[in-house]
Design a protein around this ligand. Sequence first.
Ligand code: MSP
Length: 529
Amino acid sequence: MVDRRQDSSSVPGSPSFYATTPIYYVNAKPHLGHAYTTIVGDALCRWHRLLGDDVHFLTGTDEHGLKIQQAADAAGMPPQQFADSIAPLFADAWERLDIRYDDFIRTTEDRHRRGVQKLLQACYDNGDIEVDTYRGLYCVPCEAYYVEDDLENGNCPIHKKPVDHVEEENYFFRLSRYGDRLLQWYADHPGAIVPDYRMNEVIGFIKQGLLDFSISRTSFSWGIPLPWDDKHITYVWFDALSNYITALGYGDPESQDPESLFHRRWPVNYHLIGKDIVRFHCVYWPAMLMSAGIEPPAGWAVGGWLLVGGEKMSKTTGNVVNPLDLVDENNPEGVGVDGFRYYVLAETPYGADGDFTYEGLVGRYNADLANNLGNLLSRVATVVGKKCDGVGPKPSPDSPLTAAAKNAVEETISRWADVQPSRALEATWQLIRATNAYLETNEPWKAEPGPAVDTVMGDALEALRIVAILASPAIPRTAQAVWERIGMVEGGQARVDDRRVPVDVAWGQYPGGVNVVKGDPLFPRRNIS
Ligand code: MSP
């Protein structure tokens, strides 16, 4: 497993941007649903790097609890060894999907154990953790407690399977004491949860009245013991949620230091989460933090589910799509890493459910990548090759494309600010469309070489330069390839992702006088087999 743990991206004086993905259970291999949230997080962080923010992106794996213990038993392995065999699959998948994370936390690490115990102790010392007897219902695949009203025909509403009746002595977190404080906090922080309809759901849930929740179990041993009573193992969600601060070194004495990672990074800007884990993240977690005297998160970005055949993909339902098959270079039906990333980001408005189909994936790929972006680059490179001796001309300062470029930039900025990647890409693609239309109107391929052709081609190259920057968070490899082919490296700027928004996306900076290379098609068209 590659150790990417670092905070080397730290840029003195730049605003901190800290974002997290959920940590994924190691009972299953990485699938499309995991990839979805992780790609959105990665693209959002890449966008913030373009804005010049000092970004820290955390992901990781959730390795404790009954569900993992049972999966390890079924595999005939001790749980640690089992977790050790699966966690690297996530890190490898993220490498292959070009996920640029700064830290990968595993909940079986010592830094995590120290932090969880410190947080538990802080809540306990504050009087919010008390012992009681728990009698009720539990779904192991969810690792969640239910009441009768939550069930559908007596089954777990998510897994559609019977739940367990459990009765045992548990410690409880007194969530019921936090209803008013949470409502007040949300009233003071409008917009903390995006999309806003998710905020309304959270507020509605809190207003119904909050029940205390069990934070420990005695019936199994795979987890972190409570610091004051080691017969009890920490309930998996208390353990899991803490990762967002334990990864910042919350468990270490140095975390008191104002220069520490914890102080510099907390509160998190966005927890990226799926809609199924909103209650844990937006109700339990801020209450736990308040109890321990820590500021709640600054934001949550809640995504819908990517459904396959109308069902949430999961090991339990058996409809798992492996993203790595779709990006495999040797798979003739694959669409490459950027083809897949683009689909995931562009197809579904973040927040809503999406339906994954192979036809949809290929359709998007052909329409937006092969026909629009790929075709634009290939046309431009061909005409520059034939009519401008392969050397890109300078753009015109008052090109008819300036308005389209300005709109695309403004709209892309504002959509990313709302954590709406699909709309941000739609805005960026407007510039691609406008540039293709500009070429079709001017038909430089029919004209004699000369200043008129040069002007049109300089403008188109400038539009491609701006598009490469704006699209780089979504399709980093392609953006770099476009950058290189239009001659920006020769122009003295090696990497597209070192550019800054908005300064570098203002019209008129394509240097001209640099070689433009046609190369192989960026996105060969795919046929649906
Ligand atoms: N381990 C917990 C999260 C703890 S975070 C402190 C967990 N793990 S999970 O592996 O089951 O899922 C993690 C996230 O992936 C969830 O937010 C879930 O919504 C998301 N996805 C899993 N399958 C999904 C889809 N099919 N579609 C979109 N996201 C889904 O829950």
